[in-house]
Design a protein around this ligand. Structure first.
Ligand code: NAG
Ligand code: NAG
Ligand code: NAG
Ligand code: NAG
Length: 360
């Protein structure tokens, strides 16, 4: 654990955000290898696998997965790289189709830093069967590990029989990890206790679907800014909000594309520095999977969002090159001062706020 835990997530304040799925870590165990001593494990990458054979008479259709690793991971399902995570404080969420019998969840899990420190893997996987019923797999001592990461360990045909069972480090909630942010249950947001100069700023988020995720069909965006914003998706003006106590909700149809660009023109009003913040949660639904939640992107400290101290011409357009923009600065979780609880309402007007572009 190299990053400092700075959040005490005020989940009570988050209930205004829709609860899309009940998938949680309540029955999950933090696991690692037998190298943990005094709560610390040597840095390095370790391999974990969970082989799942469907119960007799049941045909798995898909898996809804939440996972986090201290410090980071790459997840493979049935030999396909599904996605990565790089901040243990926030789970990543994946929806993947399954085979009808054997399915293999394989993880390359990395403990960062150069000296021994806490390391752990935490997962919950909801399997949906063809008859509509579900069952849940959690990280526990039925997972297996390897201290080396053998080539092809993510393959269905790889034989992990000689791998030892994972070592339990404690139930979800245990120190030093505490509560983990779960996408779609309570988005964690980007809001500051500090002051920022007045003016207009640009933010961009580019979503590229992982290989198994399929093409996007639509997105739900919940967004609020102190003091005001205009939202664009792929260059089109979606709507504006001018009251930082109330977020707006938009459902936006998306053309199937390898990239979807969310851009925000955000305005900090007044003439002297004062609190400024952008807070957003985006659910991207895709074809090819029927999980209750799609891919979730929240404003967070993971570098998904980029920011600019101005609003360069054309910044809202999909082809705009934001590669030189720094990542947005993480301010505070939803519920924190000075903003507190945010109400969530319907869509805002599809007109730009003062100074914002008209879009395509
Ligand atoms: C798993 O993926 C590797 C690399 O893409 C490939 O060479 C191998 O054939 C795959 N295994 C199966 C069982 O499809
Ligand atoms: C997405 O990328 C793939 C590979 O680069 C390409 O073949 C495909 O046409 C692209 N699809 C869209 C909708 O742009
Ligand atoms: C959004 O896409 C999902 C997945 O394709 C679909 O089930 C859902 O009906 C769509 N919602 C809207 C409002 O179009
Ligand atoms: C998703 O659900 C719809 C309606 O029940 C079904 O037609 C479709 O085949 C399902 N897709 C997958 C990938 O399971």
């Amino acid at each position: 654990m190299v990053r400092k835990l700075f959040l005490t997530l005020a989940f009570a304040a988050l209930s205004a955000f829709p609860r899309i799925s009940a998938l949680n870590f309540d029955a999950s165990t933090w696991i690692w290898t037998n190298e943990v001593s005094g709560g610390n494990a040597p840095p390095g990458t370790r391999a974990f696998r969970k082989d799942f054979v469907a119960p007799l008479g049941k045909t798995p259709v898909q898996a809804d997965i939440i996972m986090t690793v201290d410090n980071g991971f790459t997840l493979y399902v049935n030999n396909v790289s599904v996605g990565t995570g790089d901040d243990y404080r926030f789970a990543e969420r994946f929806c993947v189709p399954l085979y009808s019998c054997l399915n293999v969840f394989a993880v390359a899990a990395t403990n960062a830093a150069t000296t021994p420190n806490p390391a752990g893997l935490l997962a919950a996987i909801e399997i949906t069967y063809s008859d509509g019923t579900t069952s849940t797999i959690v990280s526990d001592t039925t997972w297996r590990y390897s201290i080396s990461v053998p080539s092809g360990f993510e393959d269905l045909t790889f034989d992990d029989n000689s791998w030892p069972p994972a070592i339990a480090e404690g139930a979800y909630g245990v120190s030093p990890w505490g509560q983990i942010g779960i996408p779609s249950n309570p988005p964690v947001l980007e809001i500051s206790g500090g002051n920022a100069p007045p003016g207009n700023r640009a933010f961009r988020l580019t979503y590229t679907p992982p290989p198994t995720q399929g093409a996007p069909t639509n997105a739900t965006v919940i967004i609020v800014a102190d003091n005001a914003y205009t939202l664009y998706v792929n260059g089109f003006l979606i709507g504006s909000g001018t009251n930082f106590h109330t977020a707006q909700t938009y459902t936006i149809p998306l053309a199937p594309a390898n990239e979807t660009v969310f851009a925000v023109f955000a305005q900090n009003a007044d003439v002297v520095p004062n609190p400024a913040g952008l807070l957003a949660a985006i659910e991207i639904n895709t074809v090819g999977c029927n999980c209750t939640a799609g891919v979730i992107r929240v404003t967070d400290g993971l570098g998904h969002w980029k920011s600019n101290t101005g609003t360069p011409a054309g910044f809202e357009l999909p082809g705009y090159d934001d590669s030189a923009w720094p990542v947005a600065t993480d301010e505070a979780p939803l519920g924190a001062a000075p903003w507190g609880t945010i109400a969530v309402g319907g869509p805002g007007p599809a007109t730009p706020i003062g100074g914002a572009p008209l879009g395509l």
